[in-house]
Design a protein around this ligand. Sequence first.
Ligand code: DX5
Ligand code: ZN
Length: 214
Amino acid sequence: MIVAPSLLAADFLNLGREVEMVNTSDASWLHLDVMDGRFVPNISFGFPVIEAVSRVARKPLDVHLMVEQPELWIDKVAALGAEYMNVHFEAARHLHRTVQAIRDAGMRPAVTLCPATPVEVLRDIINDVDMVLLMSVNPGFGGQRFIPATIGRIERLRHLIDEATAPVLIEVDGGINHETACAVLAAGADAVVAGTGVFRASDPRAEIAYYNSL
Ligand code: DX5
Ligand code: ZN
């Protein structure tokens, strides 16, 4: 399956080395978590940092904006050369307009759902997005425990996507380990984000290779 290591769990004192590890791994994408301290009760890193990362990253960037008014940042994310721009359903008031603007800026639009948001809210926009990012923890922090109800949510979302015959990927973010990755794959997910599970492992490249092999 597709694996996107989340830089949030990396060693920030050695970011260049961590990005190079991902560059030389089986990872499909590099996941970047931006937080504003308002949409989520935490602040991670901002544009000066991810601009530096983007200059050395050789994997497509999967940018996850945990911010209010994500539409304000479309041009800056596009300037990074990002492949995917993920905006939260709960933070984007005019979601359709935002999704169109992301595509017009040359990126693949993705919509992110918090654990309490029913997947059915995407029914009328599913043909306009390239990916849905399902949060399997509450956004804002790495290292949290996977919420089991996510499995049923993936199944329902897969059904909704298949019904619409839309070529939309399902990515799952939070609490991914060997066990939960197998469960989300069986439920119909295409991609996993793994932070702690990759960067805090003794052999991060081997962990990435494992998820990639599923
Ligand atoms: C959480 C972020 C995740 C986070 C996942 O808000 O969206 O991408 O880095 O971390 P782990 O894999 O440690 O749960
Ligand atoms: Zn994320």
